[in-house]
Design a protein around this ligand. Sequence first.
Ligand code: UDP
Length: 211
Amino acid sequence: MLELAAQRDARFVLASSSEVYGEPQVHPQHEGYTGNVELAGERACYDEAKRFAEAAVDAYRRTNGLQGRVARIFNTYGPRINPDDGRVVPNFVTQALAGEPLTIYGDGTQTRSYCYVEDMARGVVALLDAEEDLVVNLGNPEEHTVLYLARQVIALTGSDSGIEHHPLPENDPTRRRPDITRAIELLDWHPEVDLEAGLKSTIEYFRELTG
Ligand code: UDP
């Protein structure tokens, strides 16, 4: 893909991930932070693959004149997310609507920052339209614990589901929150949909899906 983009003088946007930061020791995470990633373990292949892909874009930019950009995408959710995808928002919404217990991994004090899909899509397009090659965090800086998310989903669905704790997967990051200063300044982008509004439209979508 990089070869083809360089040959055709096409702009290339890599969908990278907040996973490049691993278990972050800097909070919130800014683009200059090089991360704290395990070489082995359940998430290592994914994390290191994203890091390698960023390095490959950078190398093609330097040596082949590629117009290459990198979006470090933080947790994103919204309508049309796959209900079986295993991520926390589809899991919780599906469970709440079915009246099943919500499965919290660990004690639920780990945090994530959830970005609504339409905001994310606007950010990616803004990066594609930018005049410079940038590496930029895209995400919503509103940070919540997983336990808070579970309670919000239960409240917004009106479900009588309870909460069930399951073991925490290996190397599950303790916290994640993007520093989006660069995106605000250079892309004139910031998220507009807060968690409550985003969850409401996601819940509506899942209700229609399950009929
Ligand atoms: N999680 C959870 N219950 C679930 C699915 C996920 O408690 O049914 C937790 C998971 O351990 C993590 C957070 O929710 O701490 C976000 O998980 P997800 O897989 O959505 O994204 P990622 O871990 O890649 O940020």
